[in-house]
Design a protein around this ligand. Sequence first.
Ligand SMILES: Cc1cc2nc3c(=O)[nH]c(=O)nc-3n(C[C@H](O)[C@H](O)[C@H](O)COP(=O)(O)OP(=O)(O)OC[C@H]3O[C@@H](n4cnc5c(N)ncnc54)[C@H](O)[C@@H]3O)c2cc1C
Length: 507
Amino acid sequence: MSGDDPTATAAPVAIVGAGPAGLAAAALLADHGVRPLLIDEAPRPGGQILRQPPRETTVERWLPGPLYRAPKAALRAVEDRADIAWLGGATVLGIDPPDPLAGRDGFELWVDTGARGHRLIAAERVLLATGAYELPVAFPGWTLPGVMGAGALQTVLKSQQILPGNRLVFAGSHPLQLVVADQALDAGAEVALVAFSQSRPAVLAAAARSLRHLGRHWPKVWTPARILARLAARGVAVRFNTVVAEAHGSHSVTAATLAGLDRAGGRAPDMTADRRARVACDTLALCYGFLAGTELARATGAAWTWDLDAGGWLVAHDGAFRSSVPGLYAAGEATGVDGADAALAKGRLAARAILADRGWATSDSTDAARRRDARALARALAFARDLRRFARPPHRALDRITGADTLVCRCEAITRAGVEAGRQPPLALADMNAVKRATRVGMGACQGRLCGAILARLARPGTGGGQPPRPFTARMPVKPASIAAVAALAEHADAADDDRGDQTDDG
Ligand SMILES: Cc1cc2nc3c(=O)[nH]c(=O)nc-3n(C[C@H](O)[C@H](O)[C@H](O)COP(=O)(O)OP(=O)(O)OC[C@H]3O[C@@H](n4cnc5c(N)ncnc54)[C@H](O)[C@@H]3O)c2cc1C
């Protein structure tokens, strides 16, 4: 890609997110003569699945295995191209949609490039491929250092080749925790326990069901089975029907309590002594699923849908990945947490929609290519649906482990009792933004990205289903930012408004 462009201020198409979806879209746009600007807050492209180590570092056997083949191929397909502009280490904090009344014809992205300054980037069209992050779970001790997402642990391992601890406990419902446990073992960690909330028969049934995907998705079917066998051979305990209940420690985590789920319905954590285990560890890694990163899309007023098991609030689209805001597209996990293969296909389909909207003539061969991408997406979604059914978080148990004095909003130090106290109407009926105004929950540095999902679950115990909870209103800055960055960007925006005003006056 053409350098790390410190001067980029305009692009025909800006792509936010250089994971599989963004990479696939960038390659296809460039193939058709459109030079996209690919922006990512990570210093190097690749997204969550690859999280490349720094350029100066050589890593032997970097992410070996068939799971990583397709995303690596997508990365290789763009890395050396001069017709794709790249801006790494750049966080998009906000986005203004076109506004003819204000003289703004295209989108304006508010970009924080840290020490390299802050800038507005104008783009005719924007593709949001912002991925997903890990579903937060609130329980006593969850804010202790050493308690983290399994994906976060993996990110440190992949990008820095660092193990955050020596003795690890994993708890979750998603098979990604097996992959991370295996990678941690290879890196020299001791894995004390891997706990699944599903029962052993449920795991076996899912394994049997997954065999029908063996032909097309064999690495994803075969990898968990292979890892389970490896864990058994290395003496790692794997427990089923078990959920995290508490993290212990004064300055950092020193042990975790895991509780059995009741045998009747597998729903409530059973804290009786014979169903509870306290395991010493210095890292507790959680893996209960993912939340789609849709703040930027929602900040433009784009329509959203709600499906907790598919990633919570998702960007709504027309099937070709056009959002409800003209000129704004979304692809990858932001439209549903469906895995890397689906993200690649969604990225290509979104790029095709952009090309069509820019007047690129279709032909038999482009139609055939679009149909191929649509078929690839359908195949990936068939696997994703089965995985989602299997990996469904134990919502009711997760509701129960959030005690009255458990922190719900760690930024503003607000407990569950603090959120629920005196709410009229009760929390289950309340608008999340009203709860925010009354209690400050969601007003801290994370801007509700963590506590928003916890609150949605508490407001609708058990499923998060029923009426979709309205998310916190998304606003600039959608990610933690320094006051200096926000102030500098606001100044740039004022100057741009003045320029447009002058041009209108001259005209
Ligand atoms: C922590 C984690 C670890 C994972 N590990 C694996 C694994 O080992 N194996 C596997 O098969 N799947 C893994 N997955 C799932 C896999 O990453 C996804 O299925 C796939 O990468 C989705 O691709 P995507 O392009 O939609 O998003 P992503 O790959 O998530 O890429 C989104 C990109 O957008 C960037 N971004 C987001 N917001 C902004 C912003 N405001 N400004 C600038 N940049 C922004 C992010 O930095 C990120 O690079 C993991 C997911 C997560 C969250």
